[in-house]
Every structure is written in structure tokens, then in C-alpha cells.
Design a protein around this ligand. Sequence first.
Ligand code: ADP
Ligand code: TRP
Length: 330
Amino acid sequence: MIVHPQDGGMKRILTGIQPSGAFHIGNYFGAMKPLIAMQDRGQVFALIVDLHALTTVRDASALRDFTRRAAIDFLACGLDPERSVFFRQSEVPAHSQLLWILSVVTPMGLLERAHAFKDKVANGLSASAGLFTYPVLQAADILLYDADIVPVGKDQKQHLEIARDIAVKMNEAYGEVLKLPDAEITENVATIPGLDGRKMSKSYGNTIELFMDEKPLRKKIMGIVTDSTPMEAPKDPEGSTLVELYRLVASPIDVEQMKADFRAGGVGYGEFKQRLFEAIRDYFAPFRAYREELIRDPAKVDDILRKGAEQAREIAGAAYGRVEQAIGLR
Ligand code: ADP
Ligand code: TRP
């Protein structure tokens, strides 16, 4: 058994999020919110995985901006650096170091089967070695902290399985060096649809970003694709992108009302979009003041990330030392 003497046996919950663009509400409901809620259940490790983002971001100043914005948005939404370990992956060298060790035991076939890699290449990204070994770096992120629970959206399930498989390979070769993580797929927010009804994703350009100003937000929502049912006619709420998104931000009573209005007919999609716009705006309103404060005080954000990285280096460094010992490097 691998125990964590430093945290008295509290469950470790870990997730990474790429600073590869502005966060959208799919990221928020699929990854950020569940993680923030879990601060009450165990010790949370929240990684801004900037090394992963390098597989898609080739502009240094964009990467810097996305990283800062990721930190600010996470903190504004309630990530508490007093309770959680919040840091940038690139500030903890053990991630890149373990990547190499793990890649030595990782079968090519395991990575060749990865849907995310195939999808990214099919969508026009060039098939770099980094893109290919992306899941191995992700495995390092998880395994360095002996994470018990890794909350992610459904699209990341296979990456989690790969991380487990890699840990099994290491343990088969060297004895019990690494702890097998559990995936926790967030129930009822499995896949948040985007403006066009496909999975909301930066790569599809169908996102609603967090903290948009009212005017552009409203414009985006008005652009959600709907069918051509006329205003008077009854509409089917099942599978409607508008209802799916509304469920995330409105009270259960308001959601029931919207569904009833769908079925009854007489209300057009424009009206439903207006309700959705107001609900999204109001849902995120309470986070805005602290976000503004953080934007005005970059030193505070730097300081939080620096402290997080110090804590992370200690934990990850110890785990990496254990691996070096087990495999004969030390
Ligand atoms: P994107 O697809 O926009 O590039 P990422 O792959 O960077 O988003 O995802 C970051 C996190 O947000 C992951 O944990 C992922 O599972 C979650 N996530 C992203 N999009 C969605 C979505 N549409 N529904 C649910 N979760 C999502
Ligand atoms: N691949 C994940 C994504 O695109 C991000 C990620 C990197 C991650 N390292 C991680 C998620 C470790 C969970 C645990 O969303």
C-alpha cells in the first residue's frame, strides 16, 4: 500500500486543465465546478497543464495569456488555494522526468488506440511525437501524486484508462511503485453541447466562454442552432441544446417551465434563448467581482501559483525519487 503520510490519509483528487484558450461553460460544468465542489471531500490538486497545451498552442504570448486567464478564472470560480494545491505543470520538473520513464514501459499500441490522438489528427493537427505521447504525460500528472480520484468529463475516460494501464505496466515490471487511479465521470453533465449541438469544444469553435460581456454573450446564445419549428407549434425539449444548457444554470422550477412551454407551443426559440442568456449571465455574476480584483492584482495570482508549485514539487519530487529508486536509476 502506498500511504500519504503528509495528509493523514485524505483522498487525493486531481485534475488537469489545458490553458489552450479561454475556458468555456463545457469546461466549467464538466471539469472546474466538480473539482471545486470536491474541495470538501478531500485534498484537491488542480493543474494548469501548460506542457500539454504546447501540443496545440504555438504562440508564446498566447500561451502566457491563456495560462494567466486560466488561473484567474479557476480562482474566481472558487478554487481555494488555502485548501488546494493549484499550480502550473511546467513548474514541477518531475512531470517531464516521469514522462520519459513511463514512455519506456508504454506499449505503442496503447497510444495508437487513443481516440483523442486520432481525432486531433483527423481535425488537421500535425501528428507530432508530443501529441502522440500526450496521454503518457497525463499519466505522469496523475501518478506523481498518487491520485485516488480523477474527475473528468466522459471524453477523458480513455486517457484515464491509459494512465491505469501504464501504472499496471510499471508495477508489473518493478513491484508496487505506482497507485492505480480511479476515474470519476461527472454524472449528469456528461457532455455539454455547444452552439451547434456537437460537444462544446474549443476545437469546434462552438463554445460559450466564461465571463463574456453581456452583448457578445447574448449574440452567441441567439446563434444557437435550433430546428425550424414555427413559434406556434409544440416543440420537443428532449435533446434540445437550449434545454440542455438551461438545465445547468437555471433552477429546477424554471427548467420545468421551459420544458412545459416547449411542449405547449406558442413560444418561439428567440424567447427561450433570451431566458437562457439571462440565466447564464446571472449564474456567473457572483464570481465577477473577485475576478476583476485578480485581474487588477497579477502579483497575487503569481504568488498563489508559486506557492502551489512549491508544494507540488515536494510531493512529486518524493514520488519521482521513489520511482528512480525502484527502477535502478538510484
Ligand atoms: P476542449 O474540448 O474545449 O479543448 P478540453 O479538452 O481542454 O476542452 O477540456 C478540459 C476539461 O473540460 C476536461 O476535463 C473535459 O472533460 C472538460 N470538458 C470539455 N468540454 C466539455 C464538454 N463539452 N462537456 C463536458 N466536459 C467538457
Ligand atoms: N487531457 C486532459 C484534457 O484535455 C487534461 C489533463 C492533463 C488532465 N493532465 C491531466 C486531466 C491529469 C486529468 C488528470 O482535458
